[in-house]
Design a protein around this ligand. Structure first.
Ligand code: GTP
Ligand code: MG
Length: 136
């Protein structure tokens, strides 16, 4: 079965939304395979976000992701990569659809990076790469 990497980002952990996010993943019918609380270092985030290096939001993104603990979750299920991205909603929480994690629980805080609560791998290749980084 397919697997994806979900991260509850530092804003989600700080706002005590980890349980709510896990609840939505489980309610959808996906399985939690592994979970850990991580204080990520720059090297891990540089590898994780390599595709965004050089973009204006890259440095604020890495700083934000180092600002507190992150919950990393290995999630399994048929078409879970697409399915979790659908649960998460679009990147910008202000315009993400109600019913999604970002749309229901997120908002803009006037900061240089979008604090949008969760990450989900965007392809099978990304999922394998990211799972091997966070669950080495
Ligand atoms: P992830 O699941 O976290 O990867 O989100 P995504 O796939 O919806 O977004 P993407 O991979 O394009 O960008 C990674 C993260 O960078 C986003 O989740 C945001 O936190 C941040 N980000 C992306 N695009 C922008 C942008 O245009 N402006 C700002 N300020 N932040 C951005
Ligand atoms: Mg992405």
């Amino acid at each position: 079965v397919e697997e994806t990497l979900v991260l509850v980002k530092p804003d989600g952990v700080a706002r005590s939304l980890t349980g709510e996010i896990l609840r939505r993943i489980e309610a959808k019918g996906y399985s939690l395979v592994d979970i850990r609380l991580v204080q990520p270092e720059r090297d891990l985030l540089a590898a994780h976000y390599a595709e965004h290096e050089g973009k204006p939001f890259y440095e604020p993104l890495v700083e934000f992701m180092m600002s507190g603990p992150v919950v990393a979750i290995r999630v399994a299920g048929d078409r879970v990569i697409e399915g979790f991205r659908s649960l998460a909603g679009t990147t910008d929480p202000t315009s993400a659809a109600p019913g999604t994690i970002r749309g229901d629980l997120g908002r803009d805080w006037g900061l240089p990076v979008q604090q949008n609560l969760v990450h989900g791998s965007d392809s099978p290749e990304s999922a394998q790469r990211e799972l091997s980084l966070w669950f080495a």
